[in-house]
Design a protein around this ligand. Structure first.
Ligand SMILES: [Zn+2]
Ligand SMILES: [Zn+2]
Ligand SMILES: [Zn+2]
Length: 460
């Protein structure tokens, strides 16, 4: 049925049913082959580091179609799951016919993919992820992974981002769902450090006044006879309890006294309090995060939709950009924005609801000095990024790349996660493309009240 061919250059091939798989033991093996005649690959090493390099090379550094070719690990090869999750699983030589049927299906589906390589990184990543889902007919299921910065690894997708870019990666998964290219199922919520976006924390209770961790809980004692309430230490006399107010001995809990609550004492500043403050110390970068400062992100499981498949079947990678352009339905002129804002102020006056006006200001001399075509391209890209995080009910107006007006109806200050996402991604676009200049993105937010004036708001 099948034969293992020894190649002149010592490389092994496995051929059956008209398909050929190549055994790859190290990265340099890729250089020695003409991959056009190879239908797939088998990782032929037990070293996780080498296997990871091979996978990363194939999934990240090759063309889209090449990256989608079948990739197996041998059955004797006990590589960890965070490595095998990017592959097509185990190749069982005794069941080679079944494996080759799988190769045939994947190969024919790769032929359907018409989208070519693109310079836009997000588009490229989206295509690789959607291509993987389409050709494998499977879900993109994140696996728990203790060594990952965020505790999870996504098949393929995780290979396309560095460890410290986890937030951008998670946001891309959300974007795939938001654009209708994938269906999302919520698997988990994670919380990320504001400093490094990792999620390995030590949660601890601290003093609300001085933030010291040196706090001790103490029982409160309530003496029924005289109604005195004080910390237990005030009642201690050697081994016994004695009331500091009426001098009587306390004998039986529940009969002459009880312990109604616990109080904390700070050994650093002597502050006494009932509720200690919680904070999260990042075990990677040592940033102390308040609980409300942790960045909450969903862990999504994705499946490809019809719309996502269409994206792969189209020859032009521009489709993604076009699609995005069309979806800027929320954009209006500044004049119309002022009218809508005025109506919103009136609505708040009568209905007492909560809405937010936000102004995004970019201060970047490098973009200012670009020619008008390049400036326009930058403006479009920024609009797409901002728009991709807005809700359908939000409205945006922008007549230059420097200034964006946003109206976020029925939104309170606690619900501004989308502005955080926008700030992060706009900043990232700027720093990725232009040499690092700090504070390029400024977002002003204002809780709209019934007494606001449109002119004053718009002018910032
Ligand atoms: Zn951190
Ligand atoms: Zn204190
Ligand atoms: Zn007493």
């Amino acid at each position: 049925m099948f034969k293992v061919l020894k190649h002149s250059n010592n490389h092994l091939k496995i051929s059956a049913n008209g398909y050929t798989l190549m055994l790859i033991a190290q990265l340099s093996d890729f250089e020695k082959i003409d991959s056009k005649n190879i239908d797939g690959f088998v990782i032929d090493t037990t070293k996780p580091k080498e296997a990871y390099k091979i996978i990363t090379h194939l999934k990240v550094k090759t063309t889209l179609k090449e990256s989608l070719k079948p990739l197996f690990v041998p059955s004797h090869n006990l590589l960890p799951k965070f490595i095998t999750c990017h592959t097509d699983g185990v190749l069982d030589q005794s069941q080679l016919a079944i494996t080759m049927e799988r190769v045939a299906v994947i190969t024919s589906k790769i032929k359907d993919v018409k989208l070519t390589n693109t310079d836009n990184y997000e588009t490229m990543v989206t295509a690789r992820v959607l291509g993987f889902l389409y050709t494998r007919n499977q879900l993109l299921t994140p696996i728990v992974h203790r060594q990952s910065n965020i505790g999870y690894t996504y098949p393929v997708l995780s290979l396309l981002y560095k460890e410290n870019e986890a937030l951008a990666m998670l946001q891309l998964a959300q974007k795939i769902a938001a654009n209708g290219w994938g269906n999302a199922k919520l698997k988990d919520h994670i919380h990320l450090c504001k400093g490094c976006h990792g999620n390995y924390f030590n949660f601890r209770e601290v003093c609300g006044a001085c933030n010291s961790i040196d706090i001790s809980p103490q029982d409160m004692i309530h003496h029924f006879v005289c109604a005195h309430v004080a910390p237990a230490t005030d009642f201690k006399k050697e081994e016994e309890l004695s009331c500091p107010k009426c001098d009587k001995h306390l004998r039986h809990i529940g009969i002459d006294y009880d312990k109604p609550s616990t109080i904390y004492h700070c050994n650093s500043c002597s502050h006494e309090f009932q509720q200690p403050k919680m904070e999260a110390l990042c075990m990677d970068c040592e940033t102390i995060n308040g609980l409300d400062e942790l960045i909450q992100q969903p862990i999504l499981e994705l499946s490809i939709t019809q719309k996502g498949e269409q994206l792969l079947f189209n020859t032009q990678s521009k489709t993604i950009t076009k699609d995005n352009n069309l979806s800027i339905e929320n954009k209006c002129t500044e004049a119309l924005f002022q009218i809508i804002l005025k109506q919103e102020i009136n609505r708040i006056k009568t209905h007492n609801c909560k809405s937010v006006y936000a102004q995004i200001h970019l201060n970047n001399p490098t973009i200012k000095s670009l020619n008008s075509i390049a400036k326009q391209a930058f403006h479009n890209e920024l609009l797409q990024i901002i728009n991709s995080y807005l809700l359908e009910s939000d409205i945006i107006a922008s007549e230059s790349f420097e200034l964006y007006h946003l109206l976020l109806p029925n939104t309170s200050f606690k619900e501004l996660e989308r502005l955080e996402n926008i700030e992060y991604n706009v900043q990232k676009l700027l720093t990725d493309n232009i040499e690092n200049q700090p504070n390029q993105v400024q977002i002003k937010i204002h809780n709209i009240t019934g007494s606001d004036e449109v002119g004053e708001l718009i002018s910032g």
